[in-house]
Write a protein that binds this ligand. Structure first.
Ligand SMILES: [Zn+2]
Length: 141
């Protein structure tokens, strides 16, 4: 029996009571970046510090991934593939984050929708662990 493991170290603080995405804040121009970057693309400063991001944002753009992505790098179960939503969520006053969405329903998803951070299993690895990734879910659901 496997447990749950994060898809990537340093991407978010899960598992935790209040899991957050980990970004960077430029100490010079205050730009917020995700994922963590050692240099600021806006002002080219290399003075950035890790910052835990907010958990709410608005849906900026979205699409539905209706067929399995190229594998590799896609590690999910292609035979049992189910369409999923992907998009960008603009975390309030912070940064746009490319993310999976918990819904893949074009009647639910709309630009400007209020979204909240959550964590979902992305796939099961060869050791039987559920590999956890972040996603955003509509707040209203
Ligand atoms: Zn900067």
């Amino acid at each position: 029996m496997g447990g749950q493991v994060p898809i990537e170290e340093g991407l978010f603080t899960w598992p935790s009571d209040d899991p957050r995405l980990i970004g960077s804040e430029c100490q010079k121009c205050k730009a917020i970046l995700f994922p963590v970057q050692s240099g600021c693309p806006r002002c080219t400063s290399d003075d950035t510090q890790p910052k835990e991001l907010g958990t709410r944002g608005t849906l900026w753009t979205w699409t539905i991934q209706g067929y399995p992505p190229k594998s590799p790098p896609y590690a999910g179960d292609i035979e049992n593939f189910e369409p999923y939503g992907v998009g960008y969520v603009e975390i309030h006053d912070e940064v746009k984050v490319e993310t999976r969405l918990t819904v893949a329903d074009k009647d639910v998803l709309e630009i400007g929708l209020e979204m909240k951070l959550t964590f979902i299993p992305a796939y099961t690895d060869k050791d039987g662990n559920e590999v956890m990734t972040f996603a955003f879910a509509p707040v209203a659901q």
